[in-house]
Ligand binder design. Structure first.
Ligand code: RB5
Length: 157
């Protein structure tokens, strides 16, 4: 039997409604969804909320994460600051698939002020059913990991 993946979700105050819709959408799906609701602990700003979730991905507490703010941009920027954690903003289904297949990103971010809830659900579903392809994408993600380890020295630079 396929392992149920553990997915964490969180948002800032710009995205409370959309987060609720995505949480409900995933509640009875094939994944285990947890709403971290970090803002309930006094965290209000997207950097602290996004960082909290990204650290949990880094620690292996969750396999994947969904972060929603007004644009998805701030959440992606902060999540990508955590070593070994990769996030991308997606507002279309093709990018959502590629974010897994090409980029092997564990975190999907979206902007509640950018897309509607039906498209957001389709994006989440496409991202969740996609896996990293390896192959020609492998050396590319390896270069990003090398940069984190201080061993990325492209000849052309
Ligand atoms: C509002 O705080 C807005 O800046 C935030 O939700 C997000 O869009 C940032 O990238």
């Amino acid at each position: 039997m396929k392992k149920r993946i553990k997915v964490a979700i969180d948002c800032d105050d710009a995205a409370t409604d959309l987060k609720g819709i995505i949480f409900e959408h995933l509640k009875n799906s094939s994944v285990d969804i947890t709403d971290l609701s970090f803002s309930a602990k006094g965290a209000a700003l997207y950097p602290e909320i996004g960082y909290n979730l990204a650290l949990k991905i880094q620690a292996g507490e969750y396999d994947r994460g969904i972060l929603i703010c007004g644009t998805g941009l701030g959440m992606a920027i902060i999540a990508n600051k955590v070593e070994g954690v990769y996030a991308g903003v997606c507002h279309d289904v093709y990018s959502a698939e590629r974010l897994r297949k090409s980029n092997n990103a564990q975190i999907l971010t979206m902007g509640a002020r950018v897309i509607g809830s039906e498209l957001a659900k389709m994006i989440v579903d496409a991202w969740l059913r996609s896996e990293f392809s390896g192959g020609r994408s492998q050396p590319k993600v390896d270069q990003i990991k090398a940069l984190e380890k201080g061993s990325f020295h492209p000849e052309a630079l």
